[in-house]
Design a binder for this molecule. Structure first.
Ligand code: ASP
Length: 339
């Protein structure tokens, strides 16, 4: 399938038409989104309400979510847009409606942009071929989760002052993590070195082919690292021995207080939801090197930036479409009682 993923203008500024992943986005487009998110963060709460007044942002969620869904809803509101939320479990998807038909229903209800979360890694890319709206991937199976990685980059860059030459360890269930993939592409684009760490069952040596340092020893991986990101075990995607995998992660790959004492300058990230006491110790989550709640805050500004940039560049396309000669007007329906 030909990719209709993100592209960017000649100036390097991100302008869509979609955001399905970071794999082919490139540093200038990523930089433009991070800069826009910072600009939005530093302005007042109501400062951007005029950016997308009257726009409708459809959120189609086929998997559960807390922070991603809330952040997209809040972001749409901050831009003056309306969020239309459809949770697939309570939609006609349960009756057998296809993803593309559901998306077309949202389009017919006036959606200007579609945010999709779905268990299929290719789902967002697929939808770009079926609707005329900008599509944003809000987490696609084991594929990508681009807005999560963008908020991680923003948070890390704030903490470190820059990403070039930095070393970031991502530890845990890499095999099933869309967050690990999008972070890999984003961090590499911004010049950072990425280490994937975990047991061989969850971290394949083949990642080395993409320039990743692969390690099965967390203490070794943390030597010289600037940041560590914990990942929970993705029970919903795991096949095989879940208790065994959970035990190994807890006993050998946990982000513990002892490890933090050994590396006092290390920053800690986690995309959430955090399993306190499993992949990360309770007091590390709340500790002074934890960026976890700052990630949540930055999630709002990154989603605002992505929505605003996509809606702005889709605007001229939509305007061109609206200027097309109208077809035959629909027949007037006689209203009972009217003369
Ligand atoms: N919230 C992230 C995701 O949707 C990470 C996770 O669920 O473990 O991928």
């Amino acid at each position: 399938m030909e990719s209709r993923s993100a592209s960017w203008s000649e100036t390097g500024r991100f302008c869509g038409p979609h955001l399905t992943g970071l794999r082919n986005l490139g540093a200038p487009a990523i930089r433009s989104i991070l800069d826009e998110a910072r600009r939005m963060r530093s302005a007042g709460r109501g400062a951007h309400a005029g950016l997308a007044p009257g726009c409708q942002v459809a959120l189609l969620f086929h998997e559960n979510s807390t922070r991603t869904r809330m952040a997209f809803e809040a972001a749409a509101g901050r831009l003056g847009a309306v969020a239309m939320v459809l949770q697939a479990g309570s939609s006609s998807a349960t009756k057998g409606e296809t993803l593309s038909d559901t998306a077309r229903v949202l389009e017919s209800q006036g959606a200007d942009l579609l945010v999709l979360r779905h268990p299929d890694p290719d789902s967002a890319e697929f939808l770009t071929h079926h609707v005329k709206l900008p599509v944003v991937n809000a987490g696609a199976g084991t594929g990508e989760h681009p807005t999560q990685a963008l908020l991680d980059l923003l948070t890390l860059e704030d903490a470190l002052g820059g990403l070039g030459g930095r070393r970031v360890v991502i530890v845990g269930d890499v095999a099933h993590s869309r967050v690990a993939r999008s972070n890999l592409f984003g961090l590499q684009a911004m010049g950072a070195r990425v280490v994937f760490c975990g047991p061989p069952t969850l971290v394949s040596p083949r990642w080395a082919e993409l320039g990743v340092d692969v390690s099965h020893d967390l203490d070794e991986a943390l030597a010289g690292a600037d940041a560590v990101m914990g990942l929970r075990l993705q029970y919903e995607r795991l096949e095989g021995d879940a208790p065994g995998a959970a035990g190994t992660l807890r006993s050998r790959y946990g982000i513990t207080s002892e490890r933090m004492r050994a590396h006092p300058a290390l920053w800690v990230l986690h995309p959430g939801p955090v399993m306190r006491g499993a992949e990360i110790a309770h007091d590390v989550v709340d500790g002074e090197r934890s960026l976890i709640f700052r990630q949540d805050e930055n999630g709002l500004y990154v989603r605002m930036a992505v929505l605003a940039m996509l809606l702005a560049s889709a605007g001229p396309r939509r305007a061109a479409k609206a200027a097309e000669p109208a077809g035959t007007p629909p027949p007037r329906v006689p209203v009972k009682g009217a003369r």
